[in-house]
Each structure stands twice: as structure tokens, then as C-alpha cells.
Design a binder for this molecule. Structure first.
Ligand code: IPD
Length: 295
């Protein structure tokens, strides 16, 4: 078992990552996004995309991590090996070089670099940088959450399912038909939006799991529900959300305690008026999930 990082060590690594993201990584995403970039590869299917920039950025982050923190393990979306373990007990960087690759290709300004660190199976550092909007969200366990240099401290507002805006994503798994995850997701969306169902205020789809979770952290959205993501999509945002008073549970009913790589998630904001609002929101939401998502 590797040595556990202390709160002070986590804070220092967080600060180091902020400088690295601003100087070395952000400009690459900013300059290459959209019409200046016209070739990409398809991974699992026609809508699971990767560019040379994803690979280049991951290589740079891995080099940074190995040179500065050789004792911390590394998992990256684009260099994952088949036998990679996700128990995440030892300190481990969990990296998505570009989260929102489809946005990145299309020039929609919601792509970001997401660098998390997990230890003891929990997210303990999170840095998410969207250079197009100049938004750098960051946090480490016990040290608070920030957007750029400002602490995230959202105003109190009653959290209720009916009066919520929720982030949903189609994701890249699009297998249609009875009993598929795709069908269950869209049946759930319909029930949440419908005047015969929860009749929530609305939904938003940002195309990046990390950005969705960060926007829940600052209270732009009340919640975000998704199935199909991986640990690198959520680890950094999860730490930021926890430090901002929010919570992540599983996407399926009853999943109160989940591993980082659970694959389905429900993220809920802080800024509560009453302490029990989060739990009630989660129970209410789960009541509309149309069949368990399976990955
Ligand atoms: C994807 C985005 C998208 C989510 C997918 C992710 P990528 O990550 O976060 O919003 O719906 O599940 O895979 O491929 O852009 O790194």
C-alpha cells in the first residue's frame, strides 16, 4: 500500500496542477478547438470520438505526473490498458485530456481538461479547466472548492425535483430497442420532463460530464444524471462538488455509496435551505428512473 497523501500535500499538488493547466494545457485546447481542427478517429462506434489533440494532451499530462509525482499512479482515458484496475486505493491520477471531445471538434465552447486524484477509493483532488470560457474549477479534500480564485459558496435555495434544472446526456452508447440503456435513459427523461411525470423546470446538455458536474457545483444546475461515463469523466468534478457541499450517488435507485468507476451517477448541488433536501431529492429522482442502467 502506497503512502497516503496528507491534506497539505493535496493542496500543494492542486496548486501545481492549476499552474500547469493554465500555462501548458489550456492554450493547446483553446487554439485547436473547432474549425481549425478537421480530423478525428472513431473509437467504439461512429460517435465515440478522439483527436490527435486528446492523445497529445494526455502524453503531456502523463509526463508532468511522472516527472513530478512518480509515486502517484496514473490512469488516462486515451492510454488505458485493458488490465487497468479501478480500486483506486493508492493515490492515482485520473485524467481525461479532453472531456467533451465532440464539443471540441465542433468548436462548441464546452470542452475541458479534467485531472483528478483518487486515494482510498475516493476523489481527493479535482481540477477542471475550460480555457474557452476561462473557467478553472478546483478543489482538494478539506481545502474547499474554487472557481478561478473565488471560493465556491452558492446561495441557499430550496432544492426540489419539481423546481429543478437537470443535466442529461445522450452519451455515445446509442443501441436502441427494448431494455437497452439508451431506451431506459430516454424513457426516464420523458417521465421527468412530462406534465404527467415530475414536470421539472427543464434539462440541459453540455456535452461534458466534468462541466456538467462543475455547473452543479456552482448551482447553475440542480443535478446531473448520466449512465455510461467512466472514472476519468467524473473524478475531478466529484471532488469539486463534494467540497462545494454537493453529493454524488449512483444513477440507479438505492446506490447511496458507489465506487468512482460506477458508470452511472446522480450529482446533486449544495446550497440547501434544509439539511434533508438532498436525500429527498435523490429519493424523488430515483422514483422516476425507468429500469436499472447496466454497464
Ligand atoms: C464524454 C462526455 C459526455 C458523456 C460521455 C463521456 P469524452 O467524454 O463527458 O458528456 O456523455 O459519457 O464519455 O468522450 O468527451 O471524453
Amino acid at each position: 500500500m502506497a503512502k497516503k497523501l496528507t491534506g497539505e500535500e493535496l493542496r500543494k499538488i492542486e496548486q501545481h496542477l492549476i499552474e500547469f493547466l493554465k500555462t501548458d494545457i489550456g492554450p493547446i485546447l483553446k487554439n485547436a478547438s473547432g474549425t481549425k481542427f478537421d480530423s478525428y478517429d472513431e473509437k467504439v462506434n461512429d460517435v465515440d470520438l478522439v483527436t490527435v489533440v486528446d492523445k497529445k494532451v494526455e502524453t503531456l499530462i502523463r509526463k508532468f505526473a511522472e516527472e513530478n509525482y512518480p509515486e502517484i499512479k496514473f490512469i488516462g482515458e486515451e492510454s488505458l490498458s485493458k488490465d487497468e484496475r479501478f480500486d483506486l486505493e493508492d493515490p492515482t491520477f485520473i485524467v481525461d485530456p479532453i472531456d467533451g471531445t465532440t464539443n471540441f471538434i465542433h468548436g462548441f465552447p464546452f470542452s475541458c481538461t479534467s485531472i483528478g486524484v483518487a486515494q482510498g477509493g475516493k476523489p481527493v483532488i479535482g481540477c477542471v479547466y475550460n480555457p474557452h470560457l476561462n473557467q478553472l474549477f478546483h478543489a482538494s479534500l478539506g481545502n474547499g472548492a474554487y472557481l478561478n480564485d473565488e471560493p465556491i459558496n452558492i446561495e441557499k435555495r430550496t432544492l426540489s425535483l419539481k423546481k429543478s434544472i437537470i443535466g442529461f446526456e445522450g452519451g455515445s452508447e446509442r443501441e436502441d430497442g427494448k431494455g437497452t440503456n439508451f431506451t431506459k435513459k430516454f424513457d426516464t427523461y420523458r417521465k421527468l420532463l412530462s406534465d404527467r411525470g415530475a414536470f421539472i423546470h427543464g434539462f440541459r446538455s453540455l456535452g461534458s460530464a466534468a462541466m456538467n458536474i462543475c455547473y452543479v457545483s456552482i448551482g447553475y444546475m440542480d443535478a446531473y444524471w448520466e449512465g455510461g461515463c467512466w472514472a476519468w469523466d467524473v473524478c475531478a468534478g466529484w471532488c469539486i462538488l463534494n467540497e462545494a457541499g454537493g453529493k454524488i450517488v449512483g444513477g440507479n435507485p438505492g446506490q447511496w455509496n458507489i465506487p468512482i468507476n460506477n458508470r452511472s451517477y446522480l450529482a446533486v448541488r449544495g446550497g440547501l435551505v434544509d439539511d434533508d433536501e438532498q436525500e429527498k431529492f435523490i429519493q424523488d429522482f430515483w422514483g422516476f428512473v425507468e429500469g436499472a442502467l447496466k454497464y
